[in-house]
Design a protein around this ligand. Sequence first.
Ligand code: B12
Length: 220
Amino acid sequence: MVIKMSEEELLRKLSEAVISCDREAVVKAAQQAIEKKLDPLKAIEKGLSKGAIVVGDKFDKLEIFLTDLMMAADAMKAGLNVLLPLISEGKISKKGIVICGTVKGDIHDIGKNILAALFSANGFDVHDLGVDVSTSKFIEEAEKVKADVIALSALMSSTIGGQKDVIDYLKETGKREEFIVMVGGGPTTREWTEEIGADGYAETATEAVKVASELIKTRS
Ligand code: B12
């Protein structure tokens, strides 16, 4: 019970430090989380990310400005710099090759970076193409590295169409069956996944790794 309380307290601290755009407080809370042996993934998903959701809602309601949003993102990234390296290193046997990136017109990369780190930590060979990635770049790279999975991140309703573009392009060029396509990020839903004909969707990076592993298994 005592342990649970302090864990909750730490998660709250992480989230509140992101909400108040306090970089130093985020780093301090992340270091405390490590000292208290809190699972780094839990600290990210139930601490830092919760803060990001609150900040996003405030921005949506015009309660904060873009500069605040940028400062909160900066604080969150500082926390990730402390926590992500602690997520255990990949196992020796490679589970598959993943290409990931944020779609065209979209520069949000925090979630995509977590996704890449978790795939890597779980034994996948990851090729992170970064942000604002064009449809052709995704496909060129996927062919080059003989990817099993193309993971497309999109955070805005104005850019989510980039996920459909990749799938449409694969269909048009007769390459759809060569790759597993997964989609995720804020506006992505299960319905959208079905509508565009993607193979998999996940709400969190942890779930994404599980879904990808299952999809690869069923394909081979
Ligand atoms: C931080 C942030 C920013 C930062 C980005 C910094 C960075 N380097 O990423 C900055 C300040 C730069 C920014 C800019 C903008 N932003 Co912004 N931003 C956010 C915010 C607050 C948090 C996003 C985030 O990092 N979340 C935390 C991560 C961990 O979560 P996540 O990305 O969802 O990822 C998780 C899962 O979704 C999943 N996942 C992610 N990708 C994938 C991919 C696959 C394949 C799978 C399976 C899973 C998966 O795994 C991750 C970990 O579990 C959101 C609000 C929100 N609630 O999302 C707004 C938000 C996304 N932004 C928004 C907007 C409008 C903008 C701007 C247009 C603002 C402006 N007026 O300029 C610009 C866009 C610039 C551009 N062209 O891209 C809107 C989008 C609205 C919409 N629905 O279209 C949001 C929702 C805020 C809002 N409520 O209005 N933003």
